[in-house]
Design a binder for this molecule. Structure first.
Ligand code: SF4
Ligand code: SF4
Length: 278
């Protein structure tokens, strides 16, 4: 049976696509972004056991070679996440399509759709394709929040069933993108062009990181790209924030309103008509 490794399911969110949505965070990512705000989603748990002692509520235990999470005792204090040396999460669970669907079915009356995020959700596209088939029978839309690294042109079944994609283009410069994420941006740019060409690109996002990235250059180039594809595609320009990041590997600060307004002006002058500063 096809199962997905799920970090967590957030029943309601108003910031992950249009309307009120349930968000499924998949575990595991092929990027290692310096500013990752969900570092506990990056790696698959290797059952090292280091987090077990950190749990004061007997929710974690060593059983044979595995670390087992008992949800009944869990107080969601997240001390286990802080103690993990592997950027992982002992609470991620393998779910069948039926199990994930049940969670969505419970809240279907209150949402307009689901968004799959991560981690990098497209690494588990086979599971998501099957889940989307079922979720769409409820009349809900299925959005994909992706780092854009997996060539979507090769994933016809997945792209056909998804409604829209949201892609992070973290840097336009390939070397800077590799420095930031560990991977090239070539597939990311190709995926942006591809989804725009089939009217399935909802949003492109760039995080502004002072003193680390060439922010003005990035927004200039990325906004030109968006405007050349479809000026109505939303461009979300996001302030870097320290909250939740691994502070030992990045040294930056939240950009000022003046900086963000300058970037907005650059994108607007380049022809983007749907710009959001966050
Ligand atoms: S989040 Fe749950 S499992 Fe993790 S330390 Fe807290 S109580 Fe234990
Ligand atoms: S979550 Fe982290 S610390 Fe806990 S067993 Fe897995 S890899 Fe080890």
């Amino acid at each position: 049976m096809c199962k997905g490794l799920v970090n967590r399911i957030l029943p309601f969110s108003s910031v992950d696509g249009p309307g009120n949505r349930s968000v499924i965070f998949m575990q595991g990512c092929n990027f290692n972004c310096l500013y990752c705000h969900n570092p506990e989603t990056i790696n698959i748990c290797n059952n090292c056991g280091a987090c077990v002692k950190s749990c004061k509520y007997e929710s974690l235990s060593n059983e044979g070679k595995e670390v087992v999470w008992d949800v009944k005792n869990c107080k969601h204090c997240d001390m286990c996440l802080k103690s993990c040396p592997n950027d992982s999460n002992p609470k991620s669970v393998y779910m069948s399509v039926d199990e994930a669907y049940e969670q969505i079915d419970k809240v279907k009356s209150f949402i307009s759709g689901i968004t799959v995020s991560g981690g990098e959700c497209t690494l588990q596209h086979e599971f998501l394709t099957k889940l989307f088939v079922e979720v769409k029978k409820l009349g809900l839309t299925c959005y994909v929040d992706t780092n854009g690294s997996i060539p979507l042109k090769d994933k016809n079944e997945f792209v056909d069933i998804m409604d829209m994609g949201m892609i992070d283009l973290k840097s336009y410069d390939e070397d800077e993108h590799k420095m930031l994420t560990g991977m090239s941006n070539k597939n990311v740019i190709e995926n942006i062009k591809y989804l725009a060409s089939i009217d399935k690109l909802y949003e492109v996002r760039t995080v502004i990181v002072p003193d680390v990235l060439n922010n003005h250059y990035n927004v200039d180039q990325i906004s030109k790209l968006i405007a050349s594809l479809n000026s109505n595609i939303r461009y979300k320009i996001i302030r870097y924030r320290n909250h939740g990041v691994r502070k030992d590997i990045i040294n930056s600060y939240t950009p000022s309103d003046d900086t963000m307004n300058e970037l907005h002006e650059i994108a607007s002058n380049n022809g983007c008509e749907n710009i959001i500063l966050v």
